[in-house]
Design a protein. Sequence first.
Length: 326
Amino acid sequence: MRRLPVFLFLLLLSGFTLSLTPQDAMMEALKTGNYSVVEPYLGDGMRGVFTERVFSAVRGELVDKFGQIRGYTLEKVVNKNNYRVYYYRVTAERGSYRVSVTVRNGRVEGFHLVPDFNPAGAIYPLTGGLLGLLLLWAYLRKFHAGELVLGTVLLIPVLLVQPPLQALPGYLGLSDPVYVTLWSGLVASLIQEPLKYYFARDKTLGRATYVGAGFGIGEALYVSTLSAIFGGSMLALVERALALMFHASTTLLFAHSHRSGAGRRALLIAILLHWLLDWMASYWHFTRSELLLWGSYLTMLGFSLAIFWKLLPLARTENEEPAVRW
């Protein structure tokens, strides 16, 4: 008899859950953080990729950027072929953002953050990149615009090749966060580091440093664009400054090591370290582990400072040769 109240409560709760429309279930799950609210409404394809772990990671990142969710309002409904797309404005502690819920045959088939351009979101990552560049210039007292532009341009082929390869596990139906993030980091390291090595290896130390700095500036511009669309945070300032210094330190190491015949060894070290850093940053989105986040930042900082401590004085005093053609 004592179990009857518990049974009635569970029955009432299940009745409430099943009375929701699919789009309402998705939004209630987002608001409360309770994945079980929307799980019965997920379509077969959505269920395979939008796991509870992915849901928690997406929601956690939104909460980090905008604060706890206070409410949401339906803005419009759009019919696309056999789908209905519901657009919502979500109100949070530190602003608002838009999301869309795609429904077909009573099932949730898609959930997306809708771009909402706000230039203020670009301030932090752009400032971080410029701060890293300013610190390099302040020590070197040299500025190589050609190499800076070269490094920035190198990001273009990276953006064309890297994202499709990183998305390959999803195309194959793989969704385990460990494998997905390990693959993503490996692809990034194997594409970026050899490219930087090829263009920095035969330059003077100062010019090689600015190739990496240019690559860091290119990343800062790219992240700034994304932040203006999807929102940014002050943490991006620290991240972009450290990333620029990391890229500058690797290209400086490439140029110095190439002269002594140890270029390939330096490239291998950079690939492995980049792989580790990218994995830590990517996996953090799933675990929200402060240890992973700050561990990646401290690793970048420690490696960069170690290289700069040994090689930047040589780059500062080295006689510059004419610019090497691209």
